[in-house]
Design a protein. Structure first.
Length: 83
């Protein structure tokens, strides 16, 4: 929240879910969505901050090579068929 909004609403963060984005989700999906949004709340050197996503990729790459395919030293198959 910006300082201007905090003058009216005494909260550090407000999480808003829009029906047109979440209406198709079942209860357990909604719980994970809330968990996801809460993970955006972090604490930095200067206080509260918004954590960015720690992963951005394509689902087929993640399915085949794992969430950690780009970790240092990760052993992976040669997708170009080399040795
Ligand atoms: Zn997010």
């Amino acid at each position: 929240m910006t300082e201007t909004y905090k003058a009216y609403l005494p909260y550090d963060f407000i999480i808003t879910f829009y029906e047109n984005n979440t209406g198709f989700l079942n209860d357990n999906q909604l719980k994970i969505l809330m968990y996801h949004e809460l993970k955006h709340i972090g604490i930095g050197e200067r206080g509260l901050k918004i954590n960015p996503h720690d992963i951005e990729d394509f689902s087929d790459i993640l399915d085949k090579y794992g969430l950690d395919w780009n970790n240092f030293g990760k052993e992976l198959p040669d997708i170009l068929g080399g040795d």
